[in-house]
Design a binder for this molecule. Structure first.
Ligand code: M6R
Length: 608
């Protein structure tokens, strides 16, 4: 939530900062601003709306400076107004900063400073930090920041400039992501490493309770007591071309189309001769794996649905005792967690605050923890250590797509590997399932070939009042994901239910304006799902069916059939999700929604 960027060097700072903010826009996009140091004074320009509107304003006014900081906002405290937009400047014009996070004791600090006669101008929590800094600043930036870190509570990534320091800016981190880079005579900081790829691929991920001074000459790192320390860079294995939209109308569409390749890359090096081998990444022994009596999957949103699929697949592979929990709830559950627990945290971004806090809790209780993330070096990766990194490349669309496919691929491999180490999976079923998994990328490409059919069906239903998604067994979690995709980007109400549960209440809502998307693959639950489709039809709900190629009978129930290739029953979620993503995409497109940056959402949710 919120993207921040800082730059010092010989290039035009507004250009670099605007380009960086554009790359951060998926983190928040309700207002944006830049501050620069120019002729020994702080100057700023802000606007409500998008980074492109800020860019227009910069161009019109000829706004420029020597170096600067920028921000794109996802409002937490205070409405979406230009006045609340960052950067914020202290009343004495000595300090300016941008902030990502929440300052929890902002009210208390504000009251204290107002009592001393300092005037506040915004409704934001951030202003308490900048006013406090202005109040304590006496020409020593490091000393003032040390005092600030002892005064504020909450989560914060801050980038700070001081009016009389014409050769440096400062960054501070506790709880919100921040990455620093340096190349030649240029220093950078950003919330997200993708914003730095154009300049350097060797970066420093800031840790909690850490601050840094960035100058043209280099970066110096300090703890919150101001004591300097050495810090190692991390090499990013992404490149800047991966962050371009190419020929596609939206990042989401591009990322949907990348899924066959993403899945192939995820399998690469992890399977050989139809067998799974994760020993290069996990040094687990059979004894250890047998010792983990409980498996907890913890995640949020789409990543949570990926874990639901993983759990159901794993239950078919071995004798696992599994819980899948939403991270924001896991933290407050009174359940036994200990050394006999393997807690698996799944987070595309690796920065989701709820998941991170849940991981800290599990670590503190002695559980063995593992992370599945798409961002090497992300906070959760660094803190937990043991990780399987999905090679999906940067995902820019706010709605997760390709990372979901990568997650369920790697989680399926993990399930197979664990069942094997526990001695519960025989070679033949392993070979069969791995073989079937390796066939999936080609099947995904075949589904993508049906894009036009899916687009037409989506157009036909774009004016619906809302949608139900139903499925049974392994068709239920993808129904949840399909409904989430649709509501996120089209703003239509969409609800997913296990098909058999509809009659226990939700069926009361059905009528001719409420279509039902039924996931009905051929298999032992086909007939039962068909009964639920009949029940929906009896209430006049139009049916959109996701069915298996060759299923002619389904046409008796629906005129809107999206056919998917047959696969092993366990792997149906892989096959089901692309039609659902495309359906959501084209409904949203028909409705004229802002697909890559849906309202009220942010890609990386770094507040609780
Ligand atoms: O980065 P994470 O996987 O931890 O993110 C979790 C959710 O915030 C995320 O999946 C969210 O639900 C997406 N917008 C789904 O499209």
């Amino acid at each position: 939530m919120c993207g921040i960027m800082g730059y010092i060097g010989d290039s035009e700072p507004t250009k670099i900062i605007l380009e960086g903010l554009a790359k951060h826009e998926y983190r928040g996009y309700d207002s944006a601003g830049i501050a620069v140091i120019k002729d020994g004074a702080i100057q700023e320009i802000r606007t409500t709306g998008r980074v492109c509107q800020l860019a227009e304003k910069v161009k019109e006014t000829g706004f420029t400076g020597e170096f600067g900081i920028g921000h794109t906002r996802w409002a937490t405290h205070g409405g979406v107004t230009e006045n609340n937009a960052h950067p914020h400047i202290s009343s004495d014009d000595k300090v300016v900063l941008v902030h990502n996070g929440i300052i929890e004791n902002a009210r208390e600090i504000r009251a204290e400073l107002e009592a001393k006669g300092i005037k506040f101008h915004t409704e934001t929590d951030t202003e308490s930090a900048v006013q406090y800094l202005g109040y304590v600043y006496d020409g020593d930036p490091k000393g003032a920041i040390v005092k600030l870190t002892k005064r504020i509570r909450g989560a914060f990534a801050l980038v700070i400039m001081f009016y009389d320091k014409n050769e440096e800016f400062w960054v501070v981190r506790k709880g919100s992501p921040l990455v620093v880079g340096h190349a030649g005579h240029e220093g950078f900081c950003a919330s997200d490493p993708t914003a730095l790829l154009e300049y350097t691929r060797d970066v420093w991920f800031m840790d909690d309770d850490e601050m840094a001074q960035i100058t043209r000459e280099g970066c110096k790192f300090f703890d919150f007591n101001g004591v300097e320390h050495e810090k190692k860079t991390m090499h990013l294995d992404w490149d800047s071309a991966m962050t371009s939209r190419g020929e596609y109308a939206h990042f989401m569409l591009k990322e949907i189309h990348e899924q066959p390749d993403v899945m192939t890359h995820t399998l690469l090096g992890r399977v050989a001769n139809n067998e799974v081998d994760l020993s290069r990444e996990l040094d687990w022994t059979p004894e250890q794996v047998k010792g983990w009596k409980k498996i907890h999957f913890v995640a949020c949103g789409t990543s949570h649905y990926a874990t639901m699929i993983a759990a159901r697949i794993m239950e078919t592979l071995g004798n696992f005792e599994i819980r899948t929990e939403v991270a924001s709830e896991y933290r407050y559950m009174n359940i036994p967690i200990g050394p006999d627990t393997l807690a698996i945290f799944v987070s595309q971004s690796g920065e989701t605050a709820d998941t991170l806090h849940a991981a800290r809790l599990a670590m503190s209780k002695g559980a063995k923890c593992l992370v599945i993330t798409n961002v090497r070096g992300s906070t959760i990766h660094r803190e937990v250590g043991d990780a399987l990194v999905t090679p999906a490349g940067p995902e820019i669309g706010v709605a997760a797509t390709k990372t979901f496919t990568a997650q369920i691929t790697i989680l399926t491999l993990l399930g197979l590997y664990m069942a094997k180490l526990r001695g519960e999976l025989l070679p033949e079923p392993e070979k069969n399932l791995v073989g079937a998994l390796m066939d999936i990328p080609a099947k995904l490409s075949r589904i993508l070939d049906q894009e036009k059919v899916i687009e037409q069906i989506a157009r036909n239903f774009a004016d619906a009042r809302g949608f139900f998604f139903i499925g049974r067994g392994l068709a239920y979690p993808p129904a949840l994901e399909g409904a989430l995709k649709l509501k996120e980007i089209s703003y239509l109400h969409a609800e997913a239910y296990p098909a058999g549960e509809m009659k226990h209440g939700p069926i009361a809502l059905l009528d001719k304006e409420l279509p039902v998307v039924a996931l009905v693959p051929k298999g032992f639950l086909w007939e039962k799902t068909i009964s639920n489709i009949e029940e929906s039809m009896a209430r006049k709900s139009p049916i959109i069916a996701i069915a298996t190629e060759g299923d002619e009978e389904i046409k008796h129930y629906s005129e809107n059939v999206i056919y998917t290739p047959a696969t092993e029953p366990e792997l149906f979620p892989f096959i089901a999700v692309i039609p659902l993503q495309l359906f959501a995409y084209y409904v949203a497109r028909q409705r004229g929604c802002d697909i890559d940056m849906p309202r009220n959402l942010a890609k990386s949710v770094t507040v609780e």
